[in-house]
Design a binder for this molecule. Structure first.
Ligand SMILES: Cc1cc2nc3c(=O)[nH]c(=O)nc-3n(C[C@H](O)[C@H](O)[C@H](O)COP(=O)(O)OP(=O)(O)OC[C@H]3O[C@@H](n4cnc5c(N)ncnc54)[C@H](O)[C@@H]3O)c2cc1C
Length: 291
């Protein structure tokens, strides 16, 4: 099917893009990688009257670390940039594990991490990763910039808190307070598929003691789920077998899977516990498909 008719604008400055969005209101949409928006438009699940293509905006393709270790990912940083990133490979085990598991190489060439957060698909992998890492989104609108924790950014499936005239310009991952470990595991029916179950684990440790932990779940509820109690249960002690088993069980409890053609709710809940246990049992996560 072809999309409905729309007006297309490709501004060259952020101010111009925001002005266009203000003019378009609820009928305007930002286009980043287009890997979620374009399929939706072709199916006519989305019929924006104005597309504001941000691909000509300069200086948004970066990902870089501040001197204190804070990681910043610009709105036009593609999945493939993160997949190939030496910075992520050396400093961000959870992100480095997830990047090669997003979709397929064609989608990874165009799609963006920030676009994935904005799209707020319960099966989006990056939202779990950024949630587990305690990250935020920086939005820019006519009134300036504001920082929104990812935990507050998504309000439901395919919904976020951005105003119609705001652009998400950057995702931010805070610096680790200790040694970082963790990973991302994804159960999928075939390579490149969306997650049947995905689990992101991010752990920070000082010596053997866990100082911070984040666990988030993909595809097992109406939106990305933060397994907060599971993560908090790990803090202040070493990653012992009983601590890991308790966290796995608490994470499975907050999953809200539904039975469908990918598996029963019971099976998916079991897989949440299995993947949490597997990730925590390793010293550092690596990219691995669970199926
Ligand atoms: C075949 C296929 C398989 C896929 N498999 C997976 C998968 O396994 N895992 C996964 O996580 N994803 C998957 N995806 C989705 C993919 O990761 C998308 O790239 C991502 O969801 C959206 O990023 P984008 O840059 O393409 O955003 P777009 O498609 O351009 O936009 C998506 C939505 O976010 C909004 N938006 C985008 N950027 C901004 C911004 N900077 N500010 C404000 N609003 C913005 C748009 O207006 C739109 O509503 C798949 C997609 C396809 C086509």
């Amino acid at each position: 099917m072809y999309p409905s008719r729309f007006r297309y604008e490709a501004p060259r400055t952020l101010d111009e893009a925001i002005t266009l969005l203000r003019y378009g209101g609820d009928y305007a949409k930002v286009l980043a990688g287009g890997q979620s928006l374009v399929p939706l438009m072709k199916l006519r699940f989305a019929s924006p009257e104005l597309i504001v293509d941000i691909n000509n905006l300069p200086g948004l393709g970066y990902h870089r670390a501040d001197p204190d270790g804070t990681l910043r990912i610009g709105a036009l940083c593609r999945h493939v940039d993160l997949e190939r990133s030496a910075l992520l490979a050396s400093t961000q085990p959870t992100m480095a594990a997830a990047a090669p598991l997003i979709a397929d190489p064609i989608v990874r060439n165009r799609g963006t991490l920030v676009g994935s957060l904005c799209h707020a698909d319960p099966q989006g992998d990056w939202a779990s990763v950024v949630l587990a890492l305690g990250g935020s989104v920086i939005a820019q609108g006519p009134g300036g910039r504001r920082t929104i924790p990812v935990a507050d950014f998504v309000t439901g499936p395919f919904q976020n808190v951005l105003e119609p005239d705001e652009i998400a310009v950057e995702a931010v991952i805070p610096a680790a307070q200790g040694v970082r470990s963790g990973g991302y595991l994804k159960l999928e029916r075939r390579v490149g598929d969306f997650a049947t179950v995905g689990v992101a684990v991010a752990v920070e440790s000082s010596g053997p003691t866990v100082t911070r932990a984040g666990i988030a779940l993909t595809g097992v509820g109406g939106s990305t789920i933060a397994a907060t109690a599971a993560a908090e249960a790990l803090v202040g002690q070493p990653l012992s077998a009983p601590a890991i088993a308790q966290a796995a069980s608490l994470a499975a409890e907050v999953a809200r899977p539904r039975t469908d053609h990918r598996g029963s709710a019971e099976y998916k809940r079991h897989m949440v516990a299995t993947l949490v246990e597997r990730l925590l049992s390793r010293s550092g996560g690596t990219a691995e498909r669970a199926a």
